[in-house]
Design a protein. Structure first.
Length: 247
């Protein structure tokens, strides 16, 4: 396991690294492999379960997992520079080979005197992902819809989607992408053509049953709701289940 020290710590500041955490409220999840693209409609329970499954593989030493959460409240966490920097930083901390690539990258930029542009960061990430002999690498981009799409040419969201396309075009057999997002038109236009299978989980009985079970658990465990009449509880459960729309 690599660790960050000395010059590498300076590089992490140079790259404007920000730690990321998982979010919630996603309605669509795309899972992408170099030669197999799967489009999956889901909600937060489904996406969180998939992410946790990937993390279980990582804890067992069978894979590497890095996660970037697009957070509309944090400028660094909603643009392509924050994405690339975070992925590089997290990979650097998980492998000596990755760390060596970052060390060379740092040296090539004047040991911190010159700040790399986004193209240079993308090249560094590509070099890391392309190292031979690596186990499966899972790149998770959570809440893509929180990248703004209202201003700029290209917009921050368009830049992130372009990076996603470039990563897929690399056709690296050990690199897998998992992307969660609200179902917004521009995101679907880019990602859906990559899919060979579509699985609308929100239309399946098991998905809706999970939602119903969750609503029931809240209604029956809440101290105030427990005092409601049974018919009122049932009305709330049925109404919320119907209006949830599989999310």
């Amino acid at each position: 396991m690599a660790y960050v020290c000395g010059s590498l710590s300076c590089l992490l500041l140079l790259l404007i690294i920000s730690y990321t955490a998982a979010g919630s409220g996603k309605s669509v999840l795309w899972y992408m492999l170099p030669q197999l693209f799967v489009f999956i409609c889901t909600y937060i329970i489904g996406s969180s379960t998939i992410i946790e499954d990937v993390r279980s593989l990582c804890r067992a030493g069978l894979a590497t997992c890095v996660l970037f959460y697009c957070d509309f409240r944090d400028f660094i966490k909603r643009n392509v520079r924050g994405l690339l920097s975070s992925l590089i930083f997290q990979l650097c901390n998980q492998s000596d080979d990755f760390s060596a690539v970052v060390s060379d990258f740092y040296s090539s930029h004047g040991h911190g005197c010159r700040q790399p542009d986004n193209d240079a960061l993308m090249e560094c990430l590509t070099n890391m992902l392309g190292l031979p002999g690596q186990s499966a690498i899972h790149l998770i981009i959570d809440a893509l819809d929180e990248c703004p799409n209202a201003s700029g040419t290209p917009t921050p969201r368009e830049e992130v989607l372009e990076v996603v396309q470039e990563l897929i075009d690399l056709q690296l057999p050990n690199v897998h992408l998992c992307i969660t997002s609200q179902s917004e038109t521009d995101i679907r236009d880019v990602l859906e053509p990559l899919a060979t299978h579509t699985v609308p989980l929100h239309e399946q009985a098991g998905q809706n049953q999970d939602i119903t079970d969750y609503i029931k658990s809240v209604v029956h465990s809440d101290r105030r709701m427990r005092r409601w009449r049974e018919e009122d509880k049932q009305f709330v459960i049925e109404t919320l289940t119907k209006r949830a729309g599989g999310m």
